[in-house]
Design a protein around this ligand. Structure first.
Ligand code: HEM
Length: 362
């Protein structure tokens, strides 16, 4: 216990220190120029002066009127870079560190959620092989996509100074290939998991009770009734399905650049419900918006999945078995999914009855 407490204190201190470092990290220094024109070759002191010069020059200068000149004066590119290296990276880092602190706090407060009645020694089949295969195809590919994606966003700030340019570029290039190809495995796993579980994830009145009782997470004695999936799991399911679908679409647009207009079409739809967004986007702006959206959805999903992984492994005794062997202890199942156990037992009785009616006739 003493060891556990001192370990927790050390963990807590490390998190607080990391948070402090991130809060003080100067993300702006990773923007393209930090306000300085690289090399000051044209004698400008700021990005604004440079862009003004190019824009002004372009008006009367026919030499620049080709496709490349359009790219040269595309000021939105600078906005995109500063959003990516500014708020996107900064708030993403806050979210990632925040969820780890929250989970460390929850663990110190509640400990590992135990099976109140202890293991019964009898099991019940929770997930068939096809369900586990779908889950692990989606989960395995997602974890690699998440790590390689985080490297694309933060690697230059964190790994490059530690590993040096050669090792960092080898790892990043391999990561980029893994990211591109495993995206397809993720999409297949996502589709299969959707088909397996959608019927169990339709919201119901029970979910309101579950939420009102905090899912029993904060009270050892409370076990709000649930069928196969409780309200918390339904939130995870729909977030993964909708977020996974959206991130797949934006990923597709990034894999096959300049071929889709999904952003301008989405903006068109949003304008129909009261927004006022420009639908006249250049192909480059499409790509930039897809990239920012891909980053936002990716970070939100990673933050959510860190919590999911915690509760499916370290955070709850007996939970991991469901996705490992597929068989869970009956006491665990009754405590967390009591109504589902009743349904399964009823199904088993019905099949037994059918079997016993058939048998005399054979
Ligand atoms: C090491 C990583 C992971 C572990 C240990 C894990 C564990 C689990 C477990 C034990 C369950 C079943 C819970 C139950 O019996 O009720 C589950 C369900 C599920 N997992 Fe995972 N999982 C992992 C990664 C992921 C990832 C990366 C995703 C999605 C990208 C994901 C999505 C889901 C979904 C949608 C469900 C069904 C809804 C739910 O139970 O929340 N899992 N996972």
């Amino acid at each position: 216990m003493l060891l556990q407490n001192s370990l927790l204190k050390k963990l807590g201190l490390t998190f607080i220190l990391s948070l402090f470092l991130v809060l003080n990290f100067n993300f702006a220094s990773y923007s393209q120029t930090s306000g300085e024109v690289p090399g000051s070759s044209l004698g400008f002191n700021s990005d604004a002066d440079l862009w003004r010069y190019i824009r002004e020059g372009n008006k009367g200068n026919t030499q620049l009127k080709n496709e490349m000149s359009a790219v040269m004066i595309q000021s939105e590119g600078d906005n995109w870079r500063s959003i990516r290296n500014g708020p996107l990276s900064r708030y993403g880092a806050y979210g990632l560190i925040g969820i780890i602190i929250l989970l460390a706090w929850f663990y110190s407060y509640r400990g590992r959620i135990k099976v109140a009645k202890g293991f019964s020694g009898k099991t019940i089949l929770r997930f068939k092989a096809i369900e586990r295969f779908s889950h692990w195809l989606m989960a395995g590919s997602f974890i690699v996509l998440a790590l390689t994606g985080l490297n694309m966003l933060y690697g230059k700030m964190i790994l490059l100074p530690i590993l040096g340019p050669e090792l960092f570029s080898t790892i990043t290039l391999a990561g980029k290939y893994a990211h591109n190809y495993l995206a397809f495995a993720f999409m297949v796993g996502l589709g299969m998991s959707f088909v397996c579980w959608v019927s169990h994830n339709i919201p119901s009145k029970l979910d309101i009770d579950w939420i009102q009782q905090g899912g029993g997470l904060f009270d050892e004695k409370s076990h709000p009734p649930a069928r196969k999936f409780n309200a918390g799991q339904k939130v995870v399911f729909w977030a993964v399905m909708l977020g996974g679908f959206s991130i797949s679409l934006s990923g597709w647009a990034l894999l096959f650049p300049f071929e889709t207009q999904m952003m301008s079409k989405t903006f068109g739809l949003l304008n129909m419900v009261g927004f006022n967004l420009s639908t006249d986007l250049t192909t480059l702006q499409e790509q930039q918006l897809q990239q920012i959206w891909h980053g936002i959805v990716g970070l939100v999903l990673i933050i959510l999945i860190i919590a999911h992984i915690y509760i499916g492994s370290l955070g709850m005794q007996g939970a991991f078995d469901a996705m490992n062997t597929g068989e869970v202890d009956r006491n665990w199942a009754k405590e967390h999914h009591g109504l589902w156990v009743e349904e399964e037992d009823q199904k088993a009785k019905n099949t037994d009855k059918k079997g016993s009616v058939k048998q005399p006739a054979e």
